[in-house]
Design a protein around this ligand. Sequence first.
Ligand SMILES: O=C(O)[C@H](CS(=O)(=O)O)OP(=O)(O)O
Ligand SMILES: [Mg+2]
Length: 238
Amino acid sequence: MKIRMLQGHNQPPEAAHINVVIDVIRAFTVAHHAFLRGAQGIIPAATVDEALELKRLNPNFILAGEIKGLLIPGFELDNSPARLQEFDLQGKLLIQKTTNGVTAALNALNAEHVLVTGFSNARTTAEIIKDRWLRDEETTINIIASHPSGDDDLACAEYIADLLQRSDCVTPEATIQRIRASEAAKKFYDNGQPEFLEEDLSLCTQEVPSDFVMKVNIRNGMPLIEKVKAGSIHAHVR
Ligand SMILES: O=C(O)[C@H](CS(=O)(=O)O)OP(=O)(O)O
Ligand SMILES: [Mg+2]
């Protein structure tokens, strides 16, 4: 296995068998919790206009995301995993537009398998990659920390790389510490910015055991993030 560690959301990575796109604070923590709450799929949108147009055509879809961390006018959900807990998402399709995670995922579609995750599903994602897709030492994996400079996604990327390599050097505790100390985490401790909930940070640093990865598949020519269970991955390959 050859692992490349990358950081940022704007550059398409060099081609690989597997791209793993990380956004801990908060896009793919939101995505994981949306699936845990029954969401059927998530359409990543490159722009607010594209997201609003999709909503116009599909009024049942739910708009989620942020600009500068805040609710986008006309959207139902912001980018808070805590506020998401109040919504019934059973069978729903979400449209997600965020600064780092969603942009990075849309720029990383050039692999056989494209996965997204935050810390909450990092271990499961690594385990399923190991079980299903690590064919031989020639398998190439890009692990993309979507925040261009912050340490939250990089810490999670290193945690996943460690799990894939079975090196046992990076603990979940050390990873959580780095996420909590990252630049992106600061606003969640700031009493002057009450719109950023400290509970979000708790959810972003909590591993939630689940039996699925979040995989970006192309459906009708469009990317769709789907919940793919460990045993059913071969039925969902792109
Ligand atoms: O809302 C978020 O958590 C971030 C925006 S910011 O960098 O924290 O302002 O977006 P994301 O794409 O989830 O990193
Ligand atoms: Mg982020």
